[in-house]
Ligand binder design. Structure first.
Ligand code: AVI
Length: 329
């Protein structure tokens, strides 16, 4: 290898492969999975506090109002339970449930699962300090791998813990419809009858409310979207000029999809040196970066029935913007 050739092996192969495929496909696309480097995670935490981003506050209200009911369900028949949170992040909303469950003397272990070691370490340290009586068993890794490992270890018998999976914050909205079905089918296969899944779904509502949530006046969502290009500059030695791209958000009430794009504001060529690739952009060319699906009750019931679950609880906030839904295996 000569000195001016990129050392491709040093770059994240999954990122490299997806970027190569995404930027040569028509239309161009990049996966929203790559939003969450340290800066992207920080920006998302700020987005959650924006006045326009109603999702977090709506879900907080639901969990706060229904925490007693949720505990009765999770601990039914006096069984202990494992509370397995997929994509725990900073655990903001879960802490509300955890402190209530600990106060009530519930027999349970909290198992946060996350792909980011930094996020898991931070969350675990914070919980050990704030809720020292809580049993925490962090699991680093991909959701389905971690879930497979956990349920494989599960014991049987009357006092065997019930598995309760949490997937909050409408993270499910970032999956394409077929991927969401495959994901729940996989979770379902790993659970026993009587195990539960609590999911946060953002609901369809006035399109203007949804559009504003992804097009905030402060420009944080724009910064979050553009940060993906900054990441490619750093991780794949690319030279995207962030000022030459704009954020564009579309909400389509027919499909229930909010879609984020990055729009080229000029004719330009971008070099991605780690991939030995140049990407031409015409004025107005776009990269599709995220889908945030909004659901109907019918769609949520259908997802349950297609994947081996029954919908047992439907909890919403006072404006009916968001639903936290319990599926039983
Ligand atoms: C993480 N996820 C549920 C967020 C959403 O609403 O789709 C990510 C986000 N994208 C822009 N703003 C927030």
């Amino acid at each position: 290898m000569t000195l001016d050739q990129p050392n491709v092996a040093a770059f994240d192969p999954v990122l490299a492969d997806e970027v190569r495929r995404g930027l040569t496909s028509q239309p161009k696309r990049l996966s929203s999975r790559f939003f969450y480097d340290d800066e992207g995670s920080r920006l998302f935490s700020e987005i959650m506090h924006l006045p326009e981003y109603y999702l977090t506050r709506s879900e907080y209200e639901i969990l706060d109002t229904n925490k007693e009911q949720l505990l009765s369900l999770f601990a039914a028949d006096n069984r202990p339970f494992n509370l397995i949170e997929l994509g725990a992040g900073d655990g903001l909303k879960t802490k509300l449930l955890l402190s209530h469950f600990v106060e009530q003397g519930a027999r349970f272990t909290y198992v946060p699962v996350d792909i980011s070691a930094a996020a898991l370490d931070g969350l675990t340290a914070d919980l050990r300090q704030k809720l020292p009586a809580l049993a925490v068993q962090p699991q680093l890794g991909d959701y389905t791998e971690a879930l497979a490992q956990l349920t494989h270890q599960a014991t049987e018998g009357a006092d065997a813990p019930r598995q309760v999976v949490l997937f909050l914050g409408s993270n499910i909205g970032n999956f394409a419809p077929a991927d969401a079905v495959a994901f729940y089918a996989q979770i379902s296969q790993q659970l026993q009858p009587g195990d539960l899944v609590l999911t946060g779904f953002d609901l369809q509502k006035h399109p203007a409310v949804i559009h504003a949530a992804y097009n905030d006046r402060e420009g944080l969502t724009k910064a979050f979207n553009l940060n993906l290009l900054r990441r490619l500059n750093r991780d794949l030695d690319a030279d995207f000029n962030l000022a030459a791209f704009d954020h564009y958000e579309l909400y389509d009430p027919e499909s229930g999809e909010a879609r984020s794009y990055l729009i080229s504001q000029t004719k330009q060529t971008v070099n991605i040196r780690a991939l030995d690739m140049t990407v031409p952009f015409a004025y107005g060319d776009f990269i599709h970066t995220e889908i945030s699906r909004k659901f109907t009750r019918d769609g949520i019931e259908q997802l349950a029935s297609q994947t081996g679950f029954a919908l047992t609880q439907w909890l919403t906030d006072c404006r009916h913007y968001f639903a936290d839904v319990v599926y039983r295996k």
